[in-house]
Ligand binder design. Sequence first.
Ligand code: COA
Length: 250
Amino acid sequence: MTDEITIDHPSDHPGVRVLRFNRPQKKNALTQAMYRSLNAALDEAEASDAVRAIVFLGSEGCFCAGNDLADFATMATGSAVGGETLGFLRRLVEGSKPLLSGVDGLAVGIGTTLTLHCDLTVASERALFKTPFVDLGLVPEAGSSLLLPRLIGHQRAFALLCAGLSMSATEALQSGLIARLVPAEVLERETLALAALLASKPPEALRLSRQLLRGDPDKLSARIDEEAALFASRLQSPEAQAAFAAFLNR
Ligand code: COA
């Protein structure tokens, strides 16, 4: 397990499990080791009746800069596969506990697409959402090609996923990408308070209600698989390899 993911059970917020990205020196870019820790933490949370809500947080001023691009470059050589990433996505789709995220600062790539799986996202005024998949020679992942147009409409989803344009916190609130916009200094407090509120609800009623709102998970899982197959072949493409090299050799 890596200490680049920390797991907290805040005693003043019973029933809330906090999973924090803790690699600030690399803008919380996610490695396979970090996904492995996230997966173990999600399994443990799913199995525990004491956990009623799961919160994703980053560090001050940076939620997550997406997948580690050095890992992507390694995967492109065929020496490793992103199995832990896919496992993470499956857990997001299949888990029964409410998911929340508190986004302060940058949310790039999976930093943004992760929030599409969250039931409530709170963002700070300085949050910035960005999914530069096409610029990296890649295609959207995490079911975002299905979830994002459904959530904010084709035009705004296209601007993010295909044109690679950023979305500010204000735009994210207006478009329905996030539930609340708060000052950075109260972001974590507000997110944890919402998680604690959910944790205090009758769990079975909440589980069934959440299931109704989220709809059929099979369609989403099928889209994640479809995206993953394209993504794997795009990782090997000259377009992607040139983009990774450009970033890593800056
Ligand atoms: N993968 C690997 N390392 C990353 C990273 C990523 N996704 N994002 C940031 N880092 C590293 C940088 O290489 C740098 O490392 P170094 O100090 O050892 O050189 C460190 O984090 C700080 O990043 P830096 O670029 O100096 O900070 P910044 O504030 O100028 O820019 C970003 C931050 C996130 C805008 C910029 O780093 C970036 O564009 N990262 C790539 C994001 C991305 O494309 N993610 C994949 C999406 S699918």
